[in-house]
Ligand binder design. Sequence first.
Ligand SMILES: [Fe+2]
Length: 512
Amino acid sequence: MLTRRQFIATAAALGVLPPAAVRAALASNPFTLGVASGSPRDTSVVLWTRLAPEPLNGGGMPPGDVPVRYQVWADAEARRPVREGEALALARWGHSVHLKLEGLEPGREYFYRFAVGGFETPLARTRTTSRDDRAIKLAIASCQHYETNHYAAFRDMASWTPDCVVHVGDYIYEGAPSPLGARTREMFGRTVDFSVVRQHVGPETVTLWDYRNRYALYRTDPHLQAAHAAAPWVVAMDDHEIDNNWAADVPQDPEKQTPLEFRVRRLAALQAYYEHFPLEHPPLALGTDSSLQMYGRWRFGPALLHLLDTRQFRSDQVCGDGFPGAPACAAMEDPARSLLGPAQEAWLAESLTRSDAAYNVIASQVWFSPLRYNAPPAAPELNMDSWDGYGPARRRLLDVLGRGVAEPVFISGDWHCAAAMTVHEDPLDATTRTLAHEFAGTSIATPCPWAHRVTEARSHNPHVRYVNGDRRGYARFVVEPRQFTAQFRVVEAPQDPASRVATDLEIRTRDF
Ligand SMILES: [Fe+2]
């Protein structure tokens, strides 16, 4: 007679857990992290879930893969079935399911759910893309520090039912827990109110175990789950998914982690990232070398979206760590430095040049537009982590845009500060030709203690039409053949998950 543990171990050795072992392992609901869909195409979309009956304890699944049932319908009432079958939750990838549904109709909604043992997920919505869509709704999200605020912004985003959500990073923050409660801090020359409303669990994330538990903690939030269940997402990480301000192989604090330690950490972080998103491809690893395909192109009706990866292939930051701005220095003008890496840069130039879309949307983690924190004519003080620190790379992309690319619109995150800006042929001279617009979303939840510095800098930055770093929220866009409308949504009480969310500004690209 086998014990339950021996039985599960025997089954695991065979690869797939048999039904009895699945039942034994799944004594409680394994769908604690919700569902998601992403990487939408004309005829396909990737559906995701992860079995995690103990989400903050590595997931709590025994070894072995688990068959999970899925069902897909054409309607929200689940009356018109489209597809059903079994997909494997793979132990290799933290018992996540990445199911690519193919053979779908373009520009259509689909509704899906997963089931295993006696448990099933709520019905969720996704949508395929189509170049024939007349109008499309995109939302951009970034910077959702779990400890500092709740996610009313995601509740609001879900209720808007976007065609796609673009997440440009800082989906998790890597830090250790902070003490609960309100306090003040002296930051950037003023006293800043600061609150911790709920806490991280576990130490600063370094290992695969740590990163899995951190993603799981964030994903247990019901409003974040609702936003994933409302629309497909396309995602690319920024810095905090691994380590603050990392660049390619270089961590934030090279004196505290060796190059090898950072490479192993990055490998773990990329694996956990894949395990928690409906990505088309897992990370590649060779020894401690690792990479994850995150940049890509999606066509949504009148808009062609390019999602960039400004972290994995960038040259290291230069000119010192001055914050929010450091004085420009000669090193930032080195043409050999890159923010995208040569392959991504060439791909973007080629794709933009061939595009026939009415609007060419470029989603970048960091701001493309400049922001100088001091008055001219002194050398500008700039955020060296953004495109400002990579002048020649920015000029190369502007050269491409200047060669007739229709209506380029950058959408970006990172800076915890909403903004609407024009992008000029000489980015620091607003009297030169306008080549593009930029809409920066604010942060979903992370504070912006330097907001007053951005506001004070406004008079030195005439290309900035709107800026607001004092509010949490997100930006959303309606793209029609002859109109691009942005709405900046702000959360009235970010520490309250039930807070009202309102529009702070609605503006069209043709308005400025
Ligand atoms: Fe952030």
